[in-house]
Design a protein around this ligand. Structure first.
Ligand code: CTP
Ligand SMILES: C[C@](O)(CO)[C@H](O)COP(=O)(O)O
Length: 234
């Protein structure tokens, strides 16, 4: 089941505090960006990768792709100030290159190198039928809504899911949701929020707890430990 992946990689890694884009940091010897790209490079169902980059990093990334045998990147549009702008640049590049409204596209954070092929497959199958599907895990913790340091409410935990990427959509649906958000000045923290605003139902596919986003130094340490365990099991 073919899909094309939109990979926003144009962040600054402020919370990682590395002084450069965190995607260049090594995770057990390989840059985080290369680890994430390799998942899609090695997935026969992935027809292509569109990578949003910071213009001043384009050349360095090009060299990295060549050095690591990543051949599926078909476009590298300039990312924007917000993650959502970077994803929109990818979707526009996809459509301009002849992408069809009913093509399956996935959006995946370049900073999440541990996604599983099983989740990608289930998302692709679900989106073919329903148009929109996201990866998520049930919350293991009790969640509170808090205002000014005071608990306002406690949502029923059985209804709370922690959302990850990939998030998969029919291309035309996501493009419409993004353009509406742009027109209305709405900024969401994921693509699902934009599609929800169109009133389109978004399905949830059960993912794995190790599909972590490398956001802070603690995540890097956990990532190293996960890779070590994987190597020991192989
Ligand atoms: N303007 C932006 C912001 C983020 N991203 C990408 O979106 C993904 C998830 O974002 P996040 O983890 O927040 O990355 P950063 O923005 O780099 O980190 P921070 O918010 O700590 O600065 C990353 O792959 C990041 O490169 C992007 O392409 N364009
Ligand atoms: C899209 C996302 O990864 C879902 O958890 C997340 O919302 C990205 O958030 P960030 O603000 O870029 O860390």
């Amino acid at each position: 089941m073919d899909y094309t992946v939109m990979l926003p990689a144009a962040g600054s890694g402020r919370r990682m505090g590395a002084g450069e884009n965190k995607l260049f940091l090594p995770l057990a010897g390989k840059p985080i960006l290369v680890r994430t790209l390799s998942v899609f490079q090695n997935d026969p169902d992935c027809a292509g990768i569109i990578l949003a980059v910071r213009p001043d990093e384009r050349e360095r990334i090009r060299e990295m792709l060549a050095a690591h045998g990543i051949t599926k990147v078909t476009a590298m549009p300039a990312g924007g100030g917000e993650r959502q702008d970077s994803v929109r640049a990818c979707v526009r590049a996809f459509m301009e290159a002849g992408g069809k409204d009913d093509s399956v596209i996935m959006v995946h954070d370049a900073a999440r190198p541990f996604l599983s092929r099983r989740v990608i497959r289930e998302l692709a199958e679900t989106v073919r039928e329903h148009g929109a599907a996201i990866a998520a895990v049930p919350s293991k913790d009790t969640v509170k809504q808090v205002a000014d340091g005071i608990v306002e409410s406690t949502p029923d935990r059985s209804t709370v899911w922690l959302v990850q990427t990939p998030q998969a959509f029919r291309a035309g649906l996501l493009a419409e949701a993004e353009e509406k958000a742009l027109e209305e000045g709405f900024i969401g923290t994921d693509e699902s929020m934009l599609v929800e605003r169109l009133g389109h139902p978004v399905r949830v596919v059960g993912s794995t707890y190790d599909n972590l986003k490398m956001t802070t130094k603690v995540d890097l340490a956990i990532g190293e430990a996960l890779l070590k365990r994987q190597e020991e099991m192989e």
